[in-house]
Design a protein around this ligand. Structure first.
Ligand SMILES: Cc1cc2nc3c(=O)[nH]c(=O)nc-3n(C[C@H](O)[C@H](O)[C@H](O)COP(=O)(O)O)c2cc1C
Length: 366
C-alpha cells in the first residue's frame, strides 16, 4: 500500500500529522497533543469570557503557530437570558425536596465557594453568546460546538478564517449542518463520555460519512485504542475525537480520585443518564445518578434546571474530595484506559497500534 492510511483530509485541513483529536479541559493536555502531531480542542463551556481569552493566549504561547480549537455548548432549547438566581427560583419544590433528601441521605457537604457550573454556557443563550464573542475576537482557529448547531455563527467565523466543527448524534443533525457548510462534522455515538445521543458509534459514523461528501467526518464515542482508530477510518471517518482517555493522562488536571477511578472502571461503571444536566449524558455512576433513577424519584427537569439542581451536589462532592460521591463524564472506552500515560504517549500508542492493525489486515505498509 503506497498511501499512509493515517494521512487523511482532516490532517490536511488542520496541518497535523495524525488524525487524532483530543477533547480536553486541561490546557497542558491540549498543548502536549498538539506538539506531538495531533490536534486538541479545549472545552471552555464552563469558563467566563475573561478566562477563555487568557487560556487562548496561554495555548498560543506554547504551540508555535499550530492550530488548536475551543469547544463551547450552544443548546437552542435553554432560556435566552436569566440570572442563575432567577433560574434557580424556577425549580419546582418537588425536585428541590428530592435533591435535598439525597443531600441528607449521603451527607453531601456544601460547596466551599461559588458554584463553577453556574458559568456553564448551556444555562442560557446570553452566557454562550458572550463566550462565542471571545472566540471570534481571538480568531481561534477551530470553533467546535458540543451541543447545539453552530450554523448561525458560520459566516462570522469564516470571515475571520476560522473553521467550525459541529458535533452530532443523529444523521439528521449532520445533514442540516452539512447543508450550511460546516467545515467538519463529529459523529458521536452512544459509547461517548458527556452529552450523547442513543445511536451507537458503529452506526452513526458510516451514516454520516455517507452524506458528508468532501467534508471530513470525525468519529467519536469509545474510540480509545489504535484498533478503534483504524476501524473508524474504515467506517469512513477522516479522524477521531476522544475524551475519556485524555482525562486519565498524566498531564490531566482532573482530581486524582477521578483518574484512579477511571483506571479501575469498566463500561458497566458508567451510566447513560439525564439526571446531571437534563440531557442524556454518559458519566460514572454515583449516588446522584442512582437515586434519580429510582422509580420513586420525581421527573428529571429539562435543561438547564436539572444542571442547576445537580451542580450543588457535584461541587460539594468535588470541593470536599468525597470519593464516594464524585462523578465525571466517562465513556464506555474506559475499559481500555488502564495506565496513566503522558498524553503524547497515548497519541503515539494509538498511532502505532493503528498502523499495526492496518498491516495485520492488508499486509506491509510503506
Ligand atoms: C470529562 C469530560 C467532559 C466533557 N465535556 C464536554 C463538553 O463540555 N463539550 C463537548 O463538546 N464534549 C464534552 N465531552 C465529550 C467529548 O467531546 C467527546 O465527544 C467524548 O469524550 C468522546 O467519547 P470518549 O470519551 O469515549 O472518547 C466531555 C468528555 C469528557 C470525558
Amino acid at each position: 500500500m503506497a498511501k499512509d492510511p493515517l494521512h487523511t483530509k482532516l490532517c490536511d485541513l488542520l496541518g497535523i500529522e495524525f488524525p487524532i483529536i483530543a477533547f480536553t479541559h486541561c490546557k497542558d493536555v491540549a498543548v502536549a497533543v498538539i506538539n506531538a502531531g495531533g490536534f486538541a480542542v479545549l472545552g471552555e463551556a464552563m469558563h467566563t469570557p475573561e478566562d477563555i481569552a487568557a487560556d487562548v493566549a496561554w495555548i498560543r504561547d506554547r504551540v508555535d503557530g499550530k492550530k488548536f480549537g475551543i469547544d463551547l455548548v450552544l443548546p437552542a432549547s435553554v432560556p435566552p437570558t436569566g440570572s442563575t438566581e432567577e433560574l434557580l427560583a424556577q425549580i419546582p419544590e418537588t425536585q428541590r425536596a428530592y435533591a435535598d433528601s439525597i443531600k441528607e441521605k449521603y451527607d453531601v457537604p456544601d460547596p466551599k465557594g461559588p458554584v463553577d457550573l453556574h458559568q456553564w454556557g448551556g444555562l442560557n443563550q446570553e452566557l454562550a453568546r458572550a463566550q462565542l464573542e471571545v472566540l471570534l475576537d481571538e480568531r481561534v482557529p477551530v470553533l467546535a460546538s458540543g451541543l447545539g448547531s453552530p450554523a448561525f455563527i458560520l459566516d462570522a467565523a469564516h470571515e475571520r478564517d476560522m473553521l467550525v466543527f459541529g458535533l452530532v448524534g443523529k444523521p439528521r443533525q449532520a445533514e442540516r449542518q452539512l447543508e450550511v457548510g460546516i467545515d467538519a462534522i463529529i459523529a458521536q455515538g452512544y459509547d461517548a463520555a458527556g452529552h450523547t445521543g442513543a445511536i451507537g458509534t458503529f452506526s452513526i459514523v458510516p451514516q454520516v460519512a455517507a452524506i458528508a461528501g468532501d467534508t471530513p467526518v470525525i468519529a467519536a464515542g469509545g474510540v480509545t485504542t489504535g484498533r478503534h482508530l483504524a476501524a473508524a477510518l474504515c467506517l469512513g471517518a477522516s479522524g477521531i475525537w476522544s475524551g475519556t482517555q485524555w482525562l486519565a493522562s498524566r498531564e490531566s488536571d482532573a482530581d486524582m480520585i477521578i483518574k484512579e477511578r477511571l483506571l479501575a472502571s469498566t463500561a458497566s461503571d458508567t451510566t447513560y443518564s439525564n439526571t446531571i444536566s437534563g440531557m442524556t449524558m454518559r458519566v460514572l455512576k454515583c449516588p446522584w445518578t442512582e437515586e434519580w433513577a429510582k422509580p420513586e424519584a420525581p421527573d428529571v427537569l429539562p435543561a438547564p434546571y436539572q444542571m442547576l439542581l445537580s451542580s450543588d451536589y457535584i461541587q460539594g462532592a468535588n470541593d470536599h474530595r468525597r470519593a464516594d460521591l464524585m462523578t465525571e463524564a466517562s465513556g464506555q472506552g474506559v475499559d481500555f484506559v488502564t495506565t496513566m500515560k503522558p498524553a503524547r504517549q497515548v497519541l503515539f500508542d494509538m498511532v502505532e497500534e493503528a498502523l499495526a492493525t492496518f498491516e495485520e489486515t492488508v499486509g506491509e505498509l510503506d
